[in-house]
Design a protein around this ligand. Structure first.
Ligand SMILES: Nc1ncnc2c1ncn2[C@@H]1O[C@H](COP(=O)(O)OP(=O)(O)OP(=O)(O)O)[C@@H](O)[C@H]1O
Ligand SMILES: [Mg+2]
Length: 845
C-alpha cells in the first residue's frame, strides 16, 4: 500500500511540476489505474465481506445451537435403524452448512460413521434390502463410515449391490419390454428411420466437403453444381426422415408412455390405504408421476437415438477408414481413454443433479400443500415466518448445490479438452503422412473435419449412458408400485361386480341395507400394535337412523371407514345385508353409500361434475345404477342435478355464480364458503340416491349464517328417500332425531339404546349428556346462548327433550317451545316418532 501510494504521489508531483510528459503513456495509465483499483477495491471488499460474515454468523448462531441440540438428542437415543441414521446424517450435514466448526462436527461424524456401520451389519444380517440400500447410500456420503466396516461385510455388500443392480436392470427391462411388444411395428420402423438418419447425416458431410473442395481448387461448373445439388437433396431427405422419426416416436414410445403413466396413476388410485399411509407419501407419488412422464424419453427414445448414432458413426468411420486407415487407427487409440475419462466426469455430475432434482420435487410438493390446503392452518398457528424461513433455507441449499453442480460440470467439461488434443495429434501425424505422400493436404483437412464430427457423435453417445443410468432408479420404483398387490381394491380395468343376490325395486333402485359389526377388532396399518376398535358389535337395521357418539378418538370415523371397506379388519365380521362385506365388490358398495362430512372436498371441475360425482352423470363406466334418466346434452344442465341442488338449498347461490352450474370450483376456481360447500356435498349425496347415508360431523363447524340453510338441506337429504342413516356427532344435541344411539369409548361400544334407555342406564352416555347440558347452562349464565356458540345455533337442545317412560317421541308442544328449533321441527318430529321396533332392533336390545 505504501509503495502504491508513493508511486501515485510521485506521479501526481511529476504532473504538477510538468516534468512528466503529457499525456502519459497508455502503459503507465493502465498500470496506475490497476494499482488504484487494487488500493481502493481491497479495503472495500474486505469491509463488505466482514459485514456479510457478521450478519450471517448472527443468523446462524441460533441455527447452530438448534441443530447441535437435535444431534445430541439423537446420539443419546442410540437408535439402530436406517431412518434414524438418515436423520442423523441430515442433521450433521445441516450443522456443517450453518458453519459449526470442524472440532465439533468431527466427533459427530465419527459417531455417525460407527452407527452407519453397525446398523448396516444388522440390516445385512436381517436381509432388509431397503435398509441396506439407504445405508450404503449414506456410506458413500459419509466416507468416515467405511473404516468401521469389516472386510467380510464389505465383500457381502459388494455381492448384494451387484445382485441389486441386476435385479433393477431386469425390472426395468420388464417395464419396457411388455408394453413395447404391442407397439413393436412402430418401434422397429423408428429404429429403421433412426439408422437411415444416421447414414444420411454422414453422407451429407461427404457431398458438402466435395462441393467445398471443388470451389476451393477452382473446379467450378458441373462438379461444384453436382456437389451442391447432392448436398441439397440429402438435406431434404434428412428433414423428411426427421419428421417421419418424430411421427414414429409419437406413435410407438409416446403410446407406451401414455399407457405406463395411466397404469401408474390407476395403481396409485386403487392402492390400499395402507400403501398410502405407510409406503408412499405425497411427495414420493408426485416424484414418481413426474419420472414416469419422462421415462419414455430415457428408456425408449434413447435406445432409438442410440441406434441412429451408432449407424451414423459406422458410416462415418467407414468413410474415414477409406481416407486413411493409418490415421484412423492412430486417432482411434486416443478415443477410448478420452471417452472413459469424460464419461466418468459426466456420470459424476449427473448423479449430483439427479439428487438435487429429487429434493426440489419434494420441496415443491411441500410448497404446494403449504400454499394450498395447509395455508389457513399455517396462518392460524402464526407459522408464516417459520415457513418462510424453511423456504429460504431450502432456496439457499439449492443455490449451494447448484453452484457445486456447476463446478462439477466445469470439471467434467475439462474432459472436452481431450478431443482437442486428439485433433492436434491427428494433424501432427497427418502432416507427416502428407510429407511422405500417403495422403494429400485436402484429404487431411477432410479427415480431421469428419473425425471431429465423429468424435462429437461419440460424445453424445456417452451422454446417453448416464441418462439411462439415471432412469434406472425411478423405473425400478415405478415397477415396484405397479407390482404391489391390493387386498381390497380391484383394478380399474375390471368391471364392477354386481352381487347376484342384490335386488332392485320397481324404480330400478337398491333398497336400504342393514349393517352389522360382529366382534370387530381393527388397528390402522401404520400403527399395527394399537387396536383402535376392540371387539365392536352392533346391528343397524335397514332403513334405521342411528347415531354414533363418543369422545374424540373413540373410533367413530373409523367405523364409517370400515363400512366403506377402506381397510381390512383384523378380527371379527362386518355384515352388509346379512352377508360378509368381503363378498361385495368394494366399488359397488361405495356406489350405494353417500358421505357428508365436516370437511367437504370440492374438485377442480364445474358445479355439475361436483354434484354428479359418483352418480350416472359423472361419466363412470361402472354399473348403471339408475336407468330411467334422460341423457343430457353437452353443456346443458341435467334436470336431476338441478333438482338435487334445489332440494339441498344450493340452487340460489349456484345460479348467482359467474357461470352458474358451469362455474369451475376448487383449486383455481371460484371459492365457496364452508356452508355452500356443505350444501353442494349434500346435493351430491341427494343425487347419488344412496342406500346408506353416512354423516360424519356434518353439523360441525358451521357459521351461524349458513347453519340454517345447511340444516334445511340435511333435512331434505334425510327425507329424500328410504335409506339407512348413520350419524356421527360430538354434540348430543345434533342426534336427537336418531332412532337409537351407539355410545363408544376408546374403541369399545359401551352402550346402545334410545335416548331414554341410555339415560335410565346411568352410564357413560348420561355422563356426557349431563356434562354437555351443564356447559350449556354455564354458557347461558355467562351470557353465552347456544346460538352464540359456533355451530350450535338451531340445534335440538336435549335438555328440553322430555322423554316419557313408555314413549321415545318428543311432544310437539315441547319442541315448539325451543327458541331456534322452528327450522328443525319439520324433519325432527317424524323421525322422533318412529316406532320403537326399529330402535329396539339394535344388537342387545
Ligand atoms: N389413518 C390413521 N392412521 C393411524 N391411526 C389413525 C388413523 N386415523 C385415525 N387414527 C387413530 O384412530 C383412533 C380413532 O380415530 P377416529 O378418527 O375413528 O376417532 P373419532 O372417534 O372419529 O374422533 P373424532 O371425534 O375426534 O373425529 C384415534 O386414536 C386416531 O389417532
Ligand atoms: Mg371422527
Amino acid at each position: 500500500m505504501q509503495a502504491i501510494s508513493n508511486s501515485l504521489i510521485s506521479a501526481g508531483k511529476d504532473a504538477v511540476k510538468g516534468s512528466a510528459s503529457w499525456p502519459p503513456p497508455v502503459k503507465t495509465v493502465l498500470r496506475q489505474g490497476v494499482l488504484l483499483c487494487i488500493a481502493v477495491g481491497l479495503p472495500i471488499g474486505a469491509l463488505l465481506y466482514d459485514s456479510q460474515m457478521k450478519g450471517k454468523s448472527a443468523q446462524n448462531a441460533k441455527e447452530r445451537h438448534r441443530i447441535a441440540g437435535i444431534i445430541r438428542s439423537m446420539l443419546i437415543q442410540d437408535k439402530k435403524d436406517h431412518v434414524a441414521c438418515q436423520r442423523l446424517w441430515t442433521a450433521v450435514r445441516d450443522a456443517k452448512e450453518v458453519g459449526t466448526g470442524d472440532e465439533r462436527v468431527q466427533p459427530w461424524r465419527e459417531e455417525l460413521g460407527k452407527r452407519i456401520a453397525s446398523t448396516l451389519a444388522l440390516a445385512v444380517e436381517g436381509n432388509d434390502s431397503e435398509a441396506v440400500a439407504t445405508l450404503t447410500n449414506l456410506m458413500e456420503k459419509e466416507p468416515l463410515s467405511t473404516k468401521y466396516i469389516p472386510e467380510p461385510l464389505r465383500r457381502r455388500l459388494h455381492t448384494i449391490q451387484t445382485e441389486a443392480f441386476r435385479k433393477k436392470l431386469r425390472t426395468v427391462l420388464t417395464l419396457v419390454i411388455g408394453p413395447a411388444r404391442a407397439q413393436l411395428k412402430w418401434i422397429l420402423l423408428n429404429i429403421f428411420v433412426g439408422i437411415s438418419q444416421g447414414i444420411v447425416r454422414s453422407i451429407k458431410l461427404t457431398y458438402y466437403l466435395k462441393a467445398a473442395d471443388a470451389a476451393r481448387v477452382g473446379r467450378g461448373g458441373v462438379e461444384l453444381l453436382e456437389g451442391l445439388l447432392a448436398t441439397l437433396v440429402v438435406y431434404v431427405l434428412e428433414c423428411l426422415l426427421d419428421v417421419l422419426q418424430k411421427q414414429c416416436a409419437n406413435r410407438g414410445a409416446g403410446e407406451i408412455s401414455v399407457q405406463l403413466q395411466r397404469r401408474l396413476f390407476a395403481r396409485l388410485l386403487t392402492a390400499d390405504c395402507s400403501f398410502h399411509e405407510i409406503q408412499y407419501k405425497l411427495a414420493d407419488k408426485v416424484y414418481l408421476l413426474r419420472e414416469a412422464a419422462t421415462l419414455d424419453q430415457k428408456l425408449l427414445r434413447l435406445p432409438i437415438d442410440l441406434a441412429s448414432t451408432v449407424a451414423s458413426l459406422g458410416a462415418r468411420y467407414y468413410a474415414l477408414g477409406k481416407m486413411s486407415t493409418r490415421l484412423l487407427v492412430a486417432c482411434g487409440l486416443f478415443v477410448p481413454i478420452s471417452s472413459w475419462l469424460s464419461t466418468k466426469a459426466e456420470l459424476w455430475s449427473t448423479q449430483q443433479r439427479e439428487a438435487l432434482r429429487h429434493r426440489v420435487e419434494c420441496r415443491r410438493s411441500t410448497d404446494s400443500r403449504i400454499l394450498g390446503n395447509q395455508l389457513l392452518t399455517v396462518r392460524s398457528f402464526v407459522q408464516e415466518r417459520i415457513e418462510a424461513e424453511h423456504f429460504e433455507r431450502f432456496l439457499r441449499y439449492k443455490i449451494r448445490e447448484e453452484s457445486k453442480a456447476t463446478v462439477l460440470s466445469a470439471i467434467a467439461s475439462l474432459a472436452q479438452l481431450l478431443p482437442l488434443m486428439g485433433r492436434l495429434g491427428a494433424l501432427l501425424y497427418g502432416s507427416q503422412l502428407v510429407s511422405k505422400g500417403w495422403m494429400t493436404a485436402i484429404q487431411l483437412e477432410e479427415f480431421v473435419t469428419a473425425h471431429d464430427i465423429a468424435t462429437s457423435e461419440l460424445n453424445s453417445l456417452k451422454s446417453m449412458v448416464p441418462s439411462l443410468w439415471a432412469a434406472m432408479e425411478p423405473a425400478a420404483r415405478i415397477v415396484e408400485v405397479l407390482n404391489t398387490s391390493s387386498s381390497i381394491e380391484r383394478g380399474l380395468n375390471e368391471d364392477i361386480q354386481l352381487p347376484p343376490w342384490a335386488q332392485k325395486d320397481k324404480k330400478g333402485e337398491y333398497q336400504p341395507f342393514s349393517v352389522e359389526f360382529k366382534d370387530v377388532w381393527f388397528s390402522y396399518p401404520s400403527r399395527p400394535n394399537t387396536p383402535v376398535l376392540r371387539g365392536v358389535s352392533f346391528m343397524i337395521k335397514a332403513g334405521a337412523k342411528v347415531a354414533v357418539v363418543g369422545s374424540s378418538g373413540s373410533g367413530k370415523s373409523t367405523v364409517l371407514a370400515l363400512i366403506q371397506r377402506f381397510y381390512e379388519i383384523d378380527k371379527g365380521t362386518i355384515l352388509i345385508d346379512g352377508r360378509d362385506i368381503r363378498e361385495y365388490d368394494p366399488r359397488w358398495l361405495r356406489k350405494l353409500v353417500a358421505v357428508v362430512s365436516q370437511r367437504c372436498v370440492m374438485f377442480p371441475r364445474d358445479v355439475i361434475s361436483n354434484i354428479s360425482l359418483g352418480s350416472h352423470h359423472s361419466g363412470d363406466q361402472g354399473e348403471e345404477l339408475k336407468g330411467d334418466e334422460e341423457v343430457s346434452e353437452p353443456h346443458s344442465i341435467p334436470t336431476s342435478i338441478e333438482n338435487a341442488a334445489k332440494t339441498a338449498y344450493a340452487a340460489k347461490f349456484i345460479e348467482k355464480l359467474p357461470e352458474g352450474y358451469h362455474t369451475q370450483l376448487g383449486e383455481g376456481g371460484v371459492g365457496l364458503s364452508g356452508g355452500q360447500q356443505q350444501r353442494i356435498a349434500i346435493a351430491r349425496a341427494i343425487e347419488k340416491r344412496p342406500s346408506l347415508l353416512l354423516l360424519d360431523e356434518a353439523f360441525a363447524n358451521l357459521d351461524a349464517s349458513s347453519e340454517a340453510s345447511v340444516l334445511q338441506a340435511l333435512k331434505a337429504l334425510v327425507e329424500a328417500r328410504p335409506q339407512t342413516i348413520v350419524t356421527v356427532a360430538h354434540q348430543l344435541s345434533t342426534i336427537a332425531w336418531s332412532d337409537s344411539i351407539i355410545c363408544m369409548d376408546q374403541g369399545v361400544v359401551k352402550e346402545i339404546g334410545t335416548h331414554s334407555q341410555l339415560m335410565k342406564r346411568n352410564g357413560i352416555y348420561k355422563q356426557m349428556y349431563v356434562k354437555q347440558t351443564a356447559s350449556q347452562k354455564g354458557n347461558r349464565r355467562r351470557g353465552l346462548s347456544l346460538s352464540s356458540i359456533p355451530g350450535s345455533r338451531g340445534r335440538f337442545d336435549l335438555k328440553t327433550q322430555t322423554v316419557s317412560k313408555n314413549d321415545d317421541a318428543v311432544p310437539e308442544e315441547d319442541l315448539a317451545k325451543l327458541p331456534d328449533l322452528k327450522l328443525l321441527r319439520a324433519f325432527t318430529l317424524p323421525v322422533l316418532r318412529r316406532s320403537r321396533s326399529d330402535v329396539l332392533s339394535l344388537c342387545g336390545n
